[in-house]
Write a protein that binds this ligand. Structure first.
Ligand code: GLA
Length: 383
């Protein structure tokens, strides 16, 4: 199994600290082929779970407290189940506490437990280590305490934890992909009813290559929530449930009631939603050239209309235009840093990454990393 060293590491850590045999869960990160910021507009996204993720190990605590250990950081927290509050700047602690709180808010009974978690998702890469962590916790609690939650209930718990304890008003894409992922498949997900269609991903002589900018600009969280509020404001003006229900002609009616910037953001969402559907058709017809073009237009929209890209991401996407072997590229995820996603001919990977490494280092003084990730199964019990 791909994650054997990680599983062994977390299991040993648990054994050493608590001396018992824990129940183990694996929960993956995700990539997204296309469809950014469309999830909270009840539109379409096209994610897949990856072969990197988080392992959580859980067992009973014989004290009145729960202990959670973040193995990679060598940090821990002890808390009582009846006093849960978000911790200011609590980082990973708020994801864990938020999930425990949401589970209890559903009236489900927990008793003190020990949990150790750790992972192998490159940090700050925008590969949803947060959703992987939330899902690993809720799934571990569900298995260990036989809570009988469905996967759908679990991802809604993970999402609410992020809203209430972390303060990011995220959509459902990351939690969905991490929980429901299927090996070698991307999921065309309708975020309105959470129905998904599986697409086998095999690009033959092409592959998906991620390039990590290694930057995360710190306005990311507030900017994310601002984008979501803008979409909701426009939705209200249009008297519709979500921007998914609007087209560009509808938008014209309210053009004079919003700023040019906000108007462009709504145009982006409408167009991106159409691009996701067009991308799924292109894949169905094995038309990688058309698929690649859609990746470029998605980036263009994220950069110029939705305004969530950054110089580093734009630089890496622009660089690909010198390579006919790259059919498409775009920033991936929420924006302001993280990775670019590139559809590239396998034989050109080395040539491209060499060029990208040296030019990026020269321009920003930072070394990029590149990853070819496998598409893997969603959250599951290991033992
Ligand atoms: C983050 C959020 C998701 C989604 C993406 C952008 O990853 O958690 O819900 O909105 O940004 O597509």
């Amino acid at each position: 199994m791909i994650n054997t060293p990680l599983i062994e590491r977390i299991k040993t850590n648990f054994n050493t600290q608590f001396g018992t045999e824990p129940l183990l869960v694996f929960s993956p990160g995700r990539i997204n082929l296309i469809g950014e910021h469309t999830d909270y507009n009840e539109g379409f996204v096209f994610p897949a779970a990856i072969d990197k993720g988080i392992v959580a190990a859980i067992d009973t605590s014989d004290t009145a407290f729960c202990t959670i250990v973040a193995a990679d950081k060598n940090e821990s927290i002890e808390f009582s189940l009846n006093k849960l509050q978000p911790i200011p700047n609590g980082s990973w602690r708020n994801y864990v506490l938020g999930v425990v709180d949401e589970v209890q808010k559903k009236g489900l009974q927990l008793s003190p437990f020990h949990l150790v978690f750790g992972g192998n998702i490159p940090s700050g890469a925008g590969l949803s280590s947060s959703a992987a962590l939330e899902n690993s916790i809720v799934f571990a609690l569900n298995e260990f305490f036989s809570l009988r939650l469905s996967k759908k209930e679990m991802i809604l718990i993970s999402q609410k934890a992020e809203h209430h304890f972390v303060g990011v008003h995220c959509g459902i894409m990351d939690q969905y992909a991490s929980m429901f992922g299927v090996q070698d498949k991307a999921l065309l997900l309708d975020c309105r009813d959470l129905s998904a269609i599986e697409f086998t991903i095999d690009f033959k002589e092409y592959t998906l290559l991620l390039i990590n900018t290694h930057v995360k600009h710190n306005l990311a969280e507030s900017a994310y929530n601002d984008r979501r509020s803008t979409c909701e404001k426009i939705t209200k003006l249009l008297h519709i449930k979500a921007l998914r229900d609007a087209n560009e002609t509808d938008l014209l009616k309210i053009q004079d009631q919003v700023s040019t910037e906000d108007y462009q953001k709504a145009v982006y969402i409408i167009q991106e939603n159409q691009r996701v559907l067009a991308a799924s058709k292109a894949l169905k017809n094995n038309n990688l050239t058309a698929f690649g073009k859609l990746l470029y237009s998605s980036h263009n929209g994220l950069q110029h209309q939705y305004d969530v890209s950054c110089t580093e991401l734009d630089f890496l996407v622009d660089l690909t235009r010198e390579f006919p072997e790259v059919l498409g590229a775009r920033m991936m995820g929420g924006g302001f840093g993280g990775c670019t996603l590139n559809l590239i001919k396998k034989e050109a990977i080395e040539k491209f990454t060499n060029k990208a490494s040296s030019e990026y280092l020269q321009k920003f003084g930072i070394n990029i990393s590149s990853y070819q990730l496998k598409i893997a199964n969603g959250t599951h019990r290991i033992s």
